[in-house]
Design a protein around this ligand. Structure first.
Ligand code: SF4
Length: 475
């Protein structure tokens, strides 16, 4: 392999680079989309089978508006089947924006001299977490630039600090990480601090395009980044999150590459990625991106529906990069996790700041700056069940996504009851009277839907205990 320096050459044949641009373009250029084929593939996915590259290429190459509608409806049906109407909530927490890399789409790139650099002190981190807990958050993702100051030990200390912050009934029960690739020892150190998922986005899976956008720093190394989550798996970190930054290269190529990446994990570790992310490029300070590959809203909705069908069991994350309108639309077609009450400026959860974003203090522009309370209010109005569940990961039900998928009835026995318990806590501790009223209504409706009497009885018992002040009960 021409771009595979010896020191990164992985001895184990299974670990050979697995993204082959020629193979992907071969599928995209030589795969036809017909009505019969599209319907066959949707049926396979509704049977909860993951799609291969050829099948994904058929859906990607579908141009007929009626068939695209069928793809979206298929994704909607599958989402309801696998995830019910739950939407899991989290918040990003930026800890440090020093960075030695030079990514042309990012406000934190090393060459941006206007960027205001900051790393939260322990005290500032604690204040941020307290502010997030005061809003009712239970799940966080800590975000870092790539810099020698943000070592595995530093990240691990942050994770322990976050878990140690308890304010009233507030606590963070799951901490995920979005940071630079590490070596196996580094991943092991971070894993031992008790994190959930480690996210590393490839940005673009096309090696040549990748080189055009990553001009300096360790992130220039396409292969080191591409194989980073293999090292995480080798370190025993089996909850990993992958993603591409849509707009850097052809979205059709990136979709197939994400499926190839998923294949790879299943083949090598018998577990797919825990989550998929598909952020679209947004404005950023000193951004320098060719608009040629920008993804319009129609294609964006289509690619989310296709990813849903292609990988039925993986969580799909949509962030506040997207507008309220787009988020509302795509939540139906596959998204299972969203952030709420998001602030990107370091220290801004506890230090009030004006509503306008300052892109020299934030990585990119967001388009949904509603509070967590506003988002929960709307989710309930739209028939979704907001969830802060962290049970599987804390009960060691690793590979948990398979649970929902592989164990029939898992949703009704665990996911929905746990979502109900976490929503009840939120209603008791943080919600406005208006949301309390409609929140308990949706809980009653969900309970009526549960067919396992013993579980319903136990759930009612626990809801009573939540009303009398107990917290953190889960199945
Ligand atoms: S995208 Fe990440 S690695 Fe690249 S410049 Fe921004 S913070 Fe640094």
């Amino acid at each position: 392999m021409k771009f595979y320096p010896e020191e990164y050459r992985i001895k184990d044949q299974r670990m050979k680079p697995f993204i082959d641009p020629e193979e992907i373009w071969d599928y995209l250029n030589n795969t036809e989309s017909t009505k019969e084929r599209v319907r066959e593939i949707i049926a396979k996915s509704l049977n909860k089978e993951r799609l291969n590259l050829e099948e994904t290429a058929v859906l990607v190459n579908t141009k007929d508006p009626e068939l695209i509608e069928e793809i979206k409806q298929g994704a909607k049906t599958l989402k309801e089947k696998v995830y019910g109407n739950r939407i899991v909530l989290f918040a990003p927490l930026y800890v440090g924006n020093k960075c030695t890399n030079n990514c042309k789409y990012c406000g934190f790139r090393v060459t941006n001299k206007d960027a205001v650099r900051q790393t939260l002190s322990d005290q500032e981190l604690i204040k941020e977490v307290e502010a997030l807990e005061d809003n009712g958050q239970k799940r966080l993702i800590l975000v870092y630039g790539e810099h020698q100051d943000y070592s595995p030990e530093f990240i691990a200390e942050n994770v322990k600090t976050v878990y140690s912050v308890k304010k009233g009934n507030g606590e963070i029960r799951r901490v995920n990480i979005n940071a630079a690739p590490l070596d196996i020892d580094g991943f092991r150190i971070v894993k031992e601090s008790g994190i959930g998922t480690y996210q590393v986005f490839q940005e673009t899976y096309h090696p040549e395009e990748y080189a055009k956008y990553h001009l300096g720093g360790k992130k220039k190394d396409y292969n080191y980044r591409l194989t980073s989550l293999d090292r995480a798996q080798e370190a025993g970190l089996d909850d990993v999150g992958i993603g591409a930054l849509f707009g850097l290269y052809d979205w059709r190529y990136e979709v197939l590459a994400m499926i190839r990446h998923t294949n790879h994990f299943e083949a090598c570790y018998n577990v797919g990625p825990h989550t998929l992310s598909f952020p679209r490029i947004q404005d950023a300070s000193t951004i320098d991106v060719d608009p040629k590959y920008m993804v319009n809203d129609d294609d964006f909705v289509k690619l989310i529906a296709i990813l849903r069908l292609a990988v039925p069991y993986t969580g799909m994350i949509l962030t506040a990069r997207e507008s309220i309108r787009v988020r509302r639309e795509v939540m139906e077609f596959g998204v299972s996790q969203i952030d709420g009450g998001t602030k990107l400026e370091l220290g801004s959860y506890h230090e009030s700041q004006n509503e306008d974003q300052n892109l020299n203090r934030e990585q990119f522009a967001i388009n949904d700056n509603r509070s967590l309370a506003e988002i929960i209010d709307e989710l309930i109005d739209n028939g979704f069940l907001p969830s802060f569940c962290t049970a599987c990961y804390r009960l060691g039900r690793t590979g948990e996504h398979f649970m929902e998928f592989s164990v029939p009835g898992f949703i009704k026995r665990y996911c929905t009851p746990n979502a109900i318990l976490t929503l009840a806590e939120y209603l008791e501790d943080y919600a406005t009277p208006k949301v309390v009223e409609k929140g308990w209504k949706i809980i009653d409706r969900e309970m009526a839907d549960l067919d396992n009497f013993k579980r319903v009885e136990e759930l009612q018992n626990r809801l009573g205990r939540i009303k009398s002040g107990e917290r953190d009960m889960y199945f």
